[in-house]
Design a protein around this ligand. Structure first.
Ligand SMILES: [Zn+2]
Length: 144
């Protein structure tokens, strides 16, 4: 997944402003790269709750660029976040595993008290045999 954040950073790097003399010379470059990685991480692991990743990233990093290139920065961010979105839509499990180092797991606990190891469904995080827990959860939320 980080090939996407590195690609965004590589496109943006030539435009990044020099930091204030007090900061380390690489400070702004490090901040932009970190912001790109954080957005890609959230996209891969928390996709359903991350509504506008391109807008978030642009707002996070725009202060590191001069006014004259804000349009270019916006175009680059939108294009590459779009590539990452397309990849995640086609390969959600690979994206999650690449970032977290482990495949997603069902949220349920088995009768023996250990975590269920089965693969969850993307829409509620429970495996097919624990779907009834998602329904109970909905009822408890409605009752609360
Ligand atoms: Zn399960």
């Amino acid at each position: 997944m980080y090939q996407f954040s590195r690609a965004i950073y590589r496109q943006l790097a030539p435009y990044i402003l020099a930091p204030s003399p007090a900061a380390s010379p690489a400070a702004n470059h490090a901040a932009v790269l970190r912001a790109c990685e954080q957005v890609i991480t959230r996209m891969a692991t928390d996709r359903h709750y991350f509504a506008r990743p391109a807008r978030t990233l642009f707002c996070d990093i725009r202060s590191f660029f001069p006014m004259s290139v804000q349009g270019d920065v916006h175009r680059i961010v939108t294009r590459y976040v779009g590539y990452a979105e397309q990849f995640l839509a086609e390969h959600p499990l690979e994206g999650y595993t690449a970032i977290s180092g482990a495949p997603p797991q069902c949220r349920a606990t088995t009768r023996k008290g250990s975590a269920c190891q089965r693969m969850p469904l993307a829409h509620n995080g429970y495996c097919p045999s624990h779907q009834h827990l998602a329904e109970t959860e909905d009822r408890e939320l409605a009752a609360a």
